[in-house]
Every structure is written in C-alpha cells, then in structure tokens.
Design a protein around this ligand. Structure first.
Ligand code: ATP
Ligand code: MG
Length: 383
C-alpha cells in the first residue's frame, strides 16, 4: 500500500496529434511545480501518479498542485494490489465511521473479474459489516469511497476530489512578455494568460533613484507569487528614469504618461524578441485610468508590431481585486511603494492623446539613443 496523489487533466484540448505535445509539457510543468521535493511521477492512461514523496510535505504538494494549470482534479489516495482484500484494507482507511456513504467504482481494466457494481457492493458490504453505524445512500451520500481499477494489476483508492486550477498547461499556447508593475492588475493579467497555456516572461520598469529598492522587492515578490502559476523563471528589469527626465524636460506635460508608455512598449518589444516571446501582455482595463482609453491604447500600440494582449480589458476593478485575492497577490500589490508611472505624474494627463501631437512631441527626443541607453540597465533576477 503506497500513498499517492492522483492527478487528472482536462482532456478537452487533447485531440489527435496534439495529445503527446500536451502531455509532455504537462509532465514537465508538474516536475517544475514539485521542484525541491523528492518524488516520483508516473503516467498511467489519463492520469498522473505522484508517489515517493515525504509524507510531511503532502500539504505543501497539494497547495502547489492547486496552482498548476491543466489539472482538472486531484486526490490523495492509496495504490494497492487489485485483490478484494487489498482494496478493502485501503477502502477502510477512507471510509467514515458513521453517516451515509457509497462506493463508486471505475474500471480501466475491463478484464477485472467483477463488474463495477459488484465490486462497489462487495466493498460497501464489508464496510457496513465493520462499521454498523454507516448507512448506504447511493444518491446523496455524505461520503464516497472511490475505487479505480487500473490496467496494471493495481487499484487506486481515494475519498475525495479536489478541483484543479483548470485551464491549459503553461507552455502549450506560446510565450508572452508581461509588463509587470507593482500594482494589482498586471499580476492578474499574467495569471489569466498563463491559465490559457501561455508561457509568461516578466519585465518591470523602475525609475531608480526616484523609486527605491522596496518597490523593486515588491515586484520580485509579486513575480514569485505569479510564477507559482505561470512557472516564470526570472524577472527582467529596466531603468527608465532618464527617459522620464527627458520627457519631463522636453515634452508637453500632459503627454508624460502617454510618451513613457510608448517607450515602455518599444523596450518591451525588444526584450520580447530577445526572450522569444510572441506578444506583449499588460494589465490595462478600458477606462480605468487616463491612459487606458482607446486613444491611449492606439498611441502605445502604434509603436510596436507584436500583438498586445490585454486580458483585463473588460474587467471592473472589483473583479480584478477579487481575482488578485484568489491568486494571493493582493496583499503585496497594495503595499505602498511608488511605481515609475507615479513619478513625474502630470496633474492632468491627456485622456485622449492625439497621435499626431504625440509624435510631434516625441520627435523632440532622441528616441533610439534613449532606448539603447535604458537597455544597458537591464538586469535579470532568478525567481
Ligand atoms: P497595475 O495595477 O498593473 O499597475 P494600473 O491600473 O496601475 O495597472 P497603469 O499604471 O496605467 O495601470 O499601467 C497599465 C499597465 O502597464 C500595467 O498593468 C502594466 O502591464 C504596465 N505597467 C505599468 N507600469 C509598469 C512598470 N513600472 N513596469 C512594467 N509594466 C508597467
Ligand atoms: Mg500601476
């Protein structure tokens, strides 16, 4: 009898030739989620079995699995030989002492000498005999003992299903570069894209010395929380303080934010190409702040050719906050550190920047040189 965690994936996307690709990536992601914990991972048809881990780390493993996209459900269970006595010995450990229950059997091994119904009845009968206060209720039982007869002479026995994170395995839908700030929205945007299977690279702009180390640490913490889902391995940072100074000195005040965002997007596109990302991801939501209008979006999109994904575009702030609490990033996001966007913030930022005017103002700056210089400040931190 061995403790195992049974992991089931969502099969919806596993059509034909894609299956091997999905399964391979899913397996790699499970391995990455288990990093630092001794374990064995086996694939049996339609399931993965995690075994050989230290028992005292089971809770930690369960909480890590909760964040792995592509998992439909998972269960703590026992793997035993498929004889009635062995199955019963395990079933007893998952059975309640009283209340109502049923035994639910699934047979992958269709040659097993008993039908699912017969096996459920046999195990259920023994449980009733050993625990006289138990009652069977096949429709709405308080407890269920699940039996899964595998094809390799073993049986899995477990008592509940935990709902998985759903979505698709990270890495099966291309790669994107997330512009991550210290705010509430961008980590949620990264989560949303990772959920759809996108690999998420992380880029943060800071304005040292206008922003401090606390602000950077905050973004590192957010990146680590996000990487629990997105499996991102590092955070890239670029200093844009000098660009901000030049914009502030030279250009119309109301365009500060608009122009900075165009620089951010240009730099992001260069970093995306270096990191093999096929798109940019931001946490913008329509109408949330002055720069998040269709004109603002038009002005920043105009400087890049990569697609820009904005998974939160139609979300209300309340909905984003709810998600950030679910992800576990909210408490960090609300810590009061300055973001580079709040440095040199004009009193009245342009809400509907006119693209011609934006370009005119921007032409007063040595755009290419400023970008090249900013890129020299690029740093990468392992998460
Ligand atoms: P967030 O909560 O994500 O900071 P926000 O509501 O504060 O968003 P903005 O500050 O306008 O909105 O930023 C919009 C988006 O631009 C962010 O979601 C993020 O993707 C990107 N962004 C803003 N500031 C930075 C930064 N310092 N570094 C990287 N990306 C940034
Ligand atoms: Mg922000």
């Amino acid at each position: 009898m061995e403790r195992v965690i049974i992991i089931r994936y969502s099969e919806i996307h596993l059509k034909g030739k894609n299956r091997g690709f999905f399964e391979r990536i899913f397996m790699v992601n499970l391995e990455r989620a288990m990093r630092g914990i001794r374990h064995e991972l086996h694939r049996t048809s339609g399931r993965y079995l995690l075994a050989g881990y230290p028992e005292e780390l089971e809770e930690e493993i369960m909480s890590r699995l909760k964040r792995v996209f592509g998992i439909h459900s998972y269960s703590r269970g026992l793997v035993v030989g498929n004889s009635l006595d062995e199955i019963y010995a395990a079933a007893k450990l998952f059975a309640p002492q009283d209340g109502t229950f049923k035994v639910d059997t699934h047979r992958a091994d269709k040659k097993y000498p008993m039908t699912s119904m017969e096996l459920s009845a046999a195990i259920g009968g023994r449980l009733l005999h050993d625990f006289p206060s138990l009652k069977v209720d096949v429709h709405t039982p308080e407890h269920t003992v699940y039996l899964d007869i595998r094809e390799n002479g073993t049986a899995l026995v477990f008592g509940s299903y935990e709902k998985g994170a759903g979505g698709m395995p990270v890495g099966t839908s291309g790669k994107g570069l997330l512009l991550i700030s210290g705010g509430i929205d961008s980590p949620v945007a990264g989560y949303m894209m990772a959920k759809r299977g996108m690999g998420v690279k992380l880029l943060h702009f800071h304005s040292y010395p206008y922003t401090n180390d606390g602000a950077k640490e905050k973004v590192k913490t957010l990146s680590k929380i996000l990487s629990g889902y997105s499996l991102s391995e590092s955070l890239i940072t670029v200093n844009v303080a000098h660009i901000q100074e030049e914009i502030h000195k030279t250009c119309a005040k109301e365009l500060n934010v608009t122009l900075l965002r165009r620089f951010m997007f240009r730099i992001a596109e260069i970093v995306a190409k270096e990191t093999c990302a096929n798109c940019l991801i931001t946490g913008e939501s329509l109408g949330q702040v002055a720069s998040q209008t269709i004109e603002g979006i038009t002005s920043s999109n105009a400087v890049v050719t990569l697609p820009v994904l904005r998974p939160l575009i139609g979300f209300d702030k309340d909905e984003i906050i709810e998600l950030s609490k679910k992800i576990g990033s909210y408490e960090t996001s609300i810590q009061p550190f300055e973001d580079c966007c709040t440095v040199f913030l004009p009193d009245f930022p342009a809400i509907k920047p006119n693209l011609r005017f934006v370009e005119e103002e921007e032409n007063k700056l040595p755009v290419k040189e400023l970008i090249e210089e900013a890129l020299k400040s690029k740093e990468e931190f392992k998460l």
